[in-house]
Design a protein around this ligand. Structure first.
Ligand code: 5GP
Length: 194
C-alpha cells in the first residue's frame, strides 16, 4: 500500500517508413505519465529536427566516450551511423514511475530484451512492402540511394524481429489511430493500468 509503482520501458521498432514515429507521438499524447527517450546519434540532423528534442546530435568521439563510460543503455549502428539510448534519463524516469518510449532499431531492441526483460517490445510492420516503398519515396529529405538502402534494411529487420523472439508483439500499421489503440491496449494489459 502506498508503494510507488515503477515505470516501464516501451520499445517500438520497425523498418524506417512504417510510421513508428507517428505511433510514438500518439502514445505520448494519450499516456499522461509517458516520456520520449531522446537518443544520441552521429548521423547528420535532418532539416526539421531539433537538437535535444528529436535526437542529441553528437560527434563520433562523444559517442565513443559515452559508450566507454557505460552511459548508454543500448546502442547500434544503422546505415553507417551510430545510435544509442542515454541510460540516466531512462532510469530516472522509470524510478519516477513513468512509461518511457524508446523508438529504436532491432539491434537495440535485442539488447533491451536482455537487459530489461520486463520491457514491452512491439514491432511495427508495414501493410505491404509496396506501401513501405511509397512512404520512403515520399521523404523529400533523402536521396534515392539512401531510400534504397533503407528498403533493403527493412527485409533484414523484419526477418530478425520474427526469428529472434525478442518481440512478443507485432502490429501492422494500416490506420494510424488503430495502431495507437492497439499499442495502448498492449501497455494496459502489461501494466494492469488504465
Ligand atoms: P533515423 O536515422 O531514420 O532517425 O533512424 C534510423 C533507425 O535508427 C530507426 O530504425 C530508429 O528507430 C533507430 N534508432 C533511433 N534511435 C536509436 C537508438 O537510440 N538506438 C537504436 N538501437 N536505434 C535507434
Amino acid at each position: 500500500m502506498g508503494e510507488k509503482r515503477r515505470g516501464r520501458l516501451v520499445v517500438i521498432s520497425g523498418p524506417s517508413g512504417t510510421g513508428k514515429t507517428s505511433i510514438c507521438d500518439g502514445l505520448l499524447k494519450r499516456i499522461p505519465n509517458s516520456r520520449w527517450s531522446v537518443s544520441v546519434t552521429t548521423r547528420p540532423r535532418r532539416g526539421h529536427e531539433v537538437d535535444g528534442q528529436h535526437y542529441c546530435f553528437v560527434t563520433c568521439e562523444r559517442f565513443e566516450h559515452m559508450l566507454a563510460n557505460d552511459e548508454l543503455l543500448e546502442h547500434a549502428e544503422y546505415l553507417g551511423h551510430r545510435y544509442g539510448t542515454p541510460r540516466a534519463p531512462v532510469e530516472q524516469a522509470v524510478e519516477r514511475g513513468d512509461i518511457v518510449i524508446l523508438e529504436i532499431d532491432v539491434q537495440g531492441g535485442a539488447q533491451i530484451a536482455q537487459r530489461v526483460p520486463d520491457s514491452i517490445r512491439v514491432f511495427v510492420l508495414p501493410p505491404t512492402m509496396e506501401t513501405l516503398q511509397a512512404r520512403l519515396g515520399g521523404r523529400q529529405t533523402e536521396s534515392d540511394a539512401l531510400q534504397c538502402k533503407r528498403l533493403a534494411e527493412a527485409d533484414g529487420e523484419i526477418g530478425f524481429a520474427k526469428s529472434s523472439g525478442h518481440y512478443p508483439y507485432f502490429i501492422t500499421n494500416d490506420i494510424l489511430n488503430n495502431s495507437v489503440e492497439r499499442v495502448l491496449e498492449i501497455i494496459r494489459q502489461e501494466t494492469g493500468q488504465g
